[in-house]
Design a protein around this ligand. Structure first.
Ligand SMILES: Nc1ncnc2c1ncn2[C@@H]1O[C@H](COP(=O)(O)OP(=O)(O)OP(=O)(O)O)[C@@H](O)[C@H]1O
Ligand SMILES: [Mg+2]
Length: 496
């Protein structure tokens, strides 16, 4: 098979931090090549160098045998390299169609008059390939993250590139959409497209990839053929040690009822939801995208108003009209969309962690620097956040490390009820386990956790009980002893 991309001896530093050290990577025609490594290993940086976003400090890039300099993303696009970035590049104020054709509108000749009808048709076609049906005139910002991600993927497909780079494309997708995406990827592979696939989901790597390359701390560890390797080998290559079980043993004593939700509706997505959760319990919330999982969280946290229903905490009815009310009652929420709701990207790791913990850290409105430093140090260490110092801006952290900061923000306030929406999205396998350990530690202290997740192994591995949502309603409640992947999917897709 002929080689599409050959990167050799690539090095890159940001300031004094040496992020890539003499890395080699190659991509063949008609292969899906996984690129793996822990958060901060350098995967996105390597792909950004390949696509002309960052200049390299050293090394060579060959495209179809030809040595090239990539100075601009447009040049990569012209060479037939398309990329779906880890950070969504959708502009919320624009429509689905406008996002699809951003910077390359179809016009009549050189008149500048837009061929709107054709662009809409193409938008629908490419989305349909992915099994998605969206109105091209919808404002992108009103869509879920998963739907926005689908626009990005459709946009990349529409470029008809020979090389497609996908940096964690499935992080925000549900199983059904991932299936549709895999089908499209296999079709592209059959046509000879080379795909670089970055993901932290091990199941996916074995399901779809042909080869895998691993980076560790900015260094190239090796390339393996998927059929000839196994999970343990890959994990060892990534973290440099054996990891043991993916989900830690849970042996928490479950206590009295803490949270009770009676018949809540938001007048839009969810209706008539009732459940309760006890101290020390992890209540998993499963369901397809759009089934109302996130809306339950948003309503409980006071982001969304409810039109009916009651919420009780420790037996007493509480009224939550805004997030501040929820926080005052000891309810914390780690959102799925860390960019718009979770983090202030321009601020440092320290400031982001301290922000949520102001009350605990201050006396008469004055922050105690010593306490703050202690908390921040504690969080960086517990979560193994890869940062040059507590003063690094969150914006310049790798995707997974940003997620860890979101987590760190909320751990400090010692909530009674902790709501986690996709807590390990984009987090590497070692850090995932760390987050599970912290969840177990918190529940051992009596915290109640509601965990929304699209990863069924995670739901099954960590929950004591599981709620399954379907079209805004509670479709099933299962004990972990009876739950299986099939049963959850059955309920989530409307089976009785
Ligand atoms: N613009 C930047 N300025 C400074 N440091 C940066 C910048 N971009 C990345 N880094 C640093 O480079 C390292 C590698 O980051 P990169 O985003 O490539 O990791 P990754 O392997 O993609 O991780 P993840 O799985 O979390 O997405 C990280 O330590 C990160 O903090
Ligand atoms: Mg990355």
């Amino acid at each position: 098979m002929s080689t599409l991309i050959e990167m050799t001896g690539i090095s890159k530093s940001f300031g004094k931090v040496n992020v890539l050290k003499n890395v080699s990577f190659s991509l063949k025609k008609g292969e899906i090549h996984a690129l793996m490594g822990e958060n901060g290993a350098g995967k996105s940086t390597l792909m950004k160098i390949l696509t002309g976003i960052y200049p390299k400090d050293a090394g060579t890039i060959r495209v179809r045998g030809q040595e090239v300099e990539m100075n601009h993303p447009k040049e990569a696009e012209q060479m037939g390299i398309a990329v779906i970035h880890q950070e969504l590049n959708i502009i919320p104020q624009l429509t689905v169609m406008e996002n699809m054709f951003l910077g390359r509108d179809l016009c009549y000749g050189r008149t500048g008059i837009l061929r709107t009808r054709e662009m809409k048709k193409k938008t629908r076609e490419y989305l349909a390939q992915l099994g998605v049906h969206l109105d091209p005139d919808t404002e992108a910002g009103t869509l879920s993250i998963g739907q926005q991600q689908m626009i990005e993927i459709a946009r990349a497909l529409s470029l008809n590139a020979e090389v497609l780079i996908m940096d964690e494309p499935t992080a925000a997708l549900t199983d059904r959409e991932i299936e549709a995406l895999f089908k499209v990827m296999k079709g592209l592979r059959a046509r000879g497209v080379g795909i670089v696939y970055v993901s932290h989901r091990m199941e996916e790597i074995f399901a779809i990839c042909d080869r895998i390359s691993v980076l560790r701390d900015g260094m190239f560890v090796g390339t393996e053929i998927i059929k000839e390797t196994d999970l343990e080998t890959i994990v060892r290559m990534m973290v440099g040690r054996q990891l043991g079980d993916r989900f830690p043993e849970r042996s928490v004593q479950i206590g009295e009822e803490r949270l009770r939700v009676e018949n809540i509706s938001d007048g839009k997505v969810i209706s008539d939801i009732s459940f309760s959760a006890r101290r020390g319990e992890v209540l998993g919330i499963a369901g397809l995208m759009g089934s109302g999982r996130t809306e339950i969280a948003r309503t409980l946290f006071g982001i969304e108003g409810k039109t009916s229903g009651k919420v009780f905490l420790d037996g007493e009815e509480i009224r939550i009209r805004k997030p501040d009310d929820a926080i005052a009652h000891g309810i914390a929420f780690v959102t799925e969309d860390r960019k718009s709701q979770g983090l202030v990207l321009e601020l440092s790791v320290r400031e982001n962690i301290a922000l949520t913990n102001l009350e605990a850290l201050s006396k008469n409105g004055i922050i105690s620097p010593a306490k703050e430093a202690q908390l921040v140090r504690d969080m960086i260490e517990r979560l193994n956040i890869k940062t040059s110092s507590s003063e690094q801006t969150v914006k310049s952290l790798s995707g997974g490390n940003q997620q860890k900061v979101v987590f760190g923000k909320w751990l400090g306030i010692k909530p009674k009820v902790l709501i986690l929406d996709e807590p390990t999205r984009g987090v590497d396998i070692g850090a995932k386990k760390e987050i599970y350990n912290i969840m177990n530690q918190l529940t051992a202290e009596g915290v109640t956790i509601l965990m929304i997740s699209s990863e069924l192994p995670e739901i099954l591995g960590m929950s004591d009980r599981i709620l399954v949502m379907h079209e805004g309603k509670l479709a099933a409640v299962m004990d972990k002893t009876q739950a299986t992947q099939e049963k959850i999917m059955h309920a989530a897709t409307g089976g009785k």
